[in-house]
Design a protein. Sequence first.
Length: 287
Amino acid sequence: MTTDVPSAETHSPWRELGQGIYVLRTAGFRMNVGLIVGTERALVVDTGPGPLGAAEVYSHVRDVTALPLIVVNTHAHADHFFGNDYFAGQGVEEFWATSRCREVQAETGESQRALVAAVEPAMGAGDGSSTNIFPATRLVEGKPVDLDLGEQSVTLFHLGQGHTDHDLLVGVGNVLFTGDVVEEGADPAFEDSFPADWVRTLGKMVALEDLYEVFVPGHGEPVAVAEVITQMNKMRSAIRVTRLAMDEASLDMTKAIPILPYGPEQSRVLLIRLRTLAHWKWLTRKH
């Protein structure tokens, strides 16, 4: 079974990255939704912040294909998986994520509602159709998982901690959907991150350049490996400067913020995150 892709004249919001591989920039959070179309099934990468956005994404998906759908959640942040319940209501049964992602979805989903309230009021309030927290139903545990969509093979894999401790990557053809491990047009979000590990994970991603030429970030424009290298080097430099300030036991480590390569907000978050992780390691060693 095959489907026709809308022609350029239809002004489709999808951007084609390869044969049967598309990306859609959503409103609100500027989150990228991926669509991979085979001959038997199609796969959607991330579902958005709630039923309003998910309904729009689903409509755009159905403009491209009528095939049965699979969903992949790259990580457990609200803007990437709060549309799951809507997709489940449309008959989707397979929702893939790492096992740790599913745990975080279940544990923190309710507390994340406030994050989407301005864009998705019903989801924020937990009131209305398709507003349940819907964790993944199929798990990637350790080894990569290959999904056959029919003349289109997709690989789901985890390279290591980074933006979160459970980031899932989606590879197809020469395209890699990275979730928020790669960020374009904005500073990386460090709130739940493991910065030093993030640098190493980006290094592993760069090493895959023989396989992948296009890297689709969770937000922003698709990039080439050079931009991934730039993000990695910038993050390594920022960590070095921040750790130096910590090692000097400055009473006010925020003095390091102006010389970090990020804006004041994320520089402060990075500093707090590194300090928190360092304290956690100290407690672990002590006990």
